[in-house]
Ligand binder design. Structure first.
Ligand SMILES: [Zn+2]
Length: 505
């Protein structure tokens, strides 16, 4: 990889999750150079050499020692993840222009205060200031789903738009809103809780009353009672999250199996139904498992209606769907979601808006964290005027299938990433000798692209597999498969953000 010339063009994005911490070294252009991952310390931290279980241990002033020490443990872990990342890359904090930190919870972006983190011990901690004191560089903090959306809007599927809503489907449903290139956090930092929009109104149905009265009078009533609603993690009933999150699907699957429905899911999930992994759900879909198919179809429809609600409320240019469930089951779920949205009957329904799948995956949050620290302590990279145009190399097509870059001949397969860096491409497996793989696409996708150019001497014989085509289509990314000379010409002349995969033999 090419080393960066500008010293202060490096940033760190940190995603502090309930179970793991990811720290990433990222350029101002948004290229992820390296990731470091470690486990988040559990709430019951080591006190005097023993693992505390959360019971009250107070000092002489009545302060809760465990709470206080756990906060220090978490802050230490965040700091350590940054220092290890830098050490592994032979970098120092002096080279870092800023650190962005994402936290799962309500965060006051302006002050750096964590208002509340339900699954962690950082509630009430002035995380921004505390980390700035420890690191000596500018620090900005934000909510993880907001930052995931900001990342997607900067370099992912929401790129080239100024309004984007991200909906992330995992154990819960998290979401974020970016409007006019900024996070919309609301008056009390609580905006964008799309997972907690009430989609089934938890009031007793008026028809039930009438039917009950009829019943008393001996008139046969029609079956029209409301289904029982589950209580959401937030305490309310009827939230989108209780119908379409992975936790909801787990509950529905367990219920069906308990009632005697036949399903392969227990076997696919290692003999248990306590926690059902997204991967096992995807495998069950592939195996045409009836129970799982019905339940995931229903969840996809619910997500479709959530997208409709979002469009009716704020009409963003793009809605980006992400998270483990979508990553694993997108092929099955996306057409169902699209169908619900396409069937919108509202006369003023916004047209030509797209619903796309996340392009950045696990890196969306750390990239959003960098976008945030850049906008707070510098310039907002989402604004067109502040966008840094990558320096692309000039390519020369020579005879005999050779490409020259800066007078250097290239005759073996290679990638040019979206920031213009050149990377070798490992030889293809024999069974697919002339093809391009999903792995190629994933390699060049980082850093945000509008167009991927596939150059090959046998371009005439190559079409991208349906899987690859679908992957790019769902992320709004254009592609061309061209003979080497035409591909070089297009690479040199195209003005959109682009990357290329070069295949010689
Ligand atoms: Zn809720």
């Amino acid at each position: 990889m090419r080393k960066l010339s500008s010293q202060k063009n490096l940033y760190i994005g940190v995603d502090v999750g309930g179970t793991k911490i990811q720290a990433s070294l990222i350029t101002g252009l948004g290229s992820v150079i390296a990731n470091y991952r470690c486990e988040t310390p559990r709430n019951g931290s080591v006190v005097n050499g023993s693992v505390a279980n959360g019971s009250a241990v107070n000092d002489s002033c009545g302060n809760n020692l465990i709470g206080r020490r756990s906060v220090e443990t978490t802050l230490n872990a965040i700091e350590e993840s940054i220092r290890i990342l830098l050490r592994e890359q032979n970098r120092t904090l002096n080279e870092i222009a800023g650190v962005g930190i994402a936290v799962p919870g309500v965060v006051q972006q302006e002050t750096g205060l964590v208002v509340v983190t339900p699954n962690m011990n950082l509630s009430g901690v002035e995380l921004g200031q505390r980390m700035k004191d420890r690191l000596g560089v500018p620090v900005a903090i934000g909510n993880d789903c907001n930052l995931g959306t900001l990342g997607e809007c900067w370099l992912g599927s929401g790129r080239n738009t100024s309004s984007c809503v991200g909906i992330f489907i995992g154990t819960g449903i998290g979401a974020g809103i970016v409007f006019d290139n900024r996070i919309l956090s609301g008056a009390g930092q609580a905006a964008g809780e799309i997972g907690h929009i009430i989609s089934q109104i938890p009031c007793e149905h008026w028809r039930n009353h009438i039917n009950a009265t009829k019943h008393k009078q001996g008139i046969k009533s029609s079956k029209n009672s409301l289904p029982e609603l589950s209580r959401c993690g937030c305490g309310n009933y009827g939230c989108f999250e209780t119908f379409a999150s992975r936790t909801a699907m787990e509950r529905f699957i367990r219920e069906a199996v308990e009632r005697g429905a036949k399903s392969v899911i227990t076997d696919l999930n290692g003999g248990t139904l306590e926690v059902i992994k997204s991967g096992a759900i995807a495998k069950a879909l592939k195996a045409n498992d009836k129970v799982v198919t019905l339940i995931v179809r229903y969840a996809a429809q619910v997500i479709g209606y959530a997208c409709l609600t979002v469009r009716h409320l704020i009409d963003p240019e793009v809605i980006v769907l992400g998270g483990g469930v979508i990553e694993a089951c997108q092929k099955f779920m996306m057409p169902i979601i699209d169908a619900v949205v396409a069937n919108d009957q509202l006369p003023s329904a916004p047209g030509k808006r797209r619903i796309l799948v996340s392009s950045l995956g696990d890196n969306a949050v750390v990239l959003g964290a960098v976008a945030l620290v850049r906008s707070v302590h510098g310039s907002n990279p989402l604004r067109k005027t502040h966008r840094i145009i990558p320096k692309y190399p000039q390519l020369h097509f020579m005879a005999e299938n050779v490409i020259h870059i800066a007078d250097e001949p290239y005759t073996k397969d290679f990638f040019i990433l979206s920031d213009g860096t050149i990377q070798p491409r490992l030889k293809l497996p024999k069974k697919n000798i002339h093809g391009f793989r999903l792995k190629d696409i994933r390699t060049v996708l980082s850093g945000g692209v509008d167009l991927i150019i596939f150059g090959s001497p046998c371009a005439d014989e190559i079409t991208l597999s349906e899987k690859c085509h679908d992957y790019l289509f769902r992320r709004g990314i254009d592609y061309r498969v061209l003979p080497l000379d035409e591909a070089v010409h297009l690479y040199n002349t195209v003005t959109v953000r682009h990357a290329a995969v070069w295949h010689f033999s």
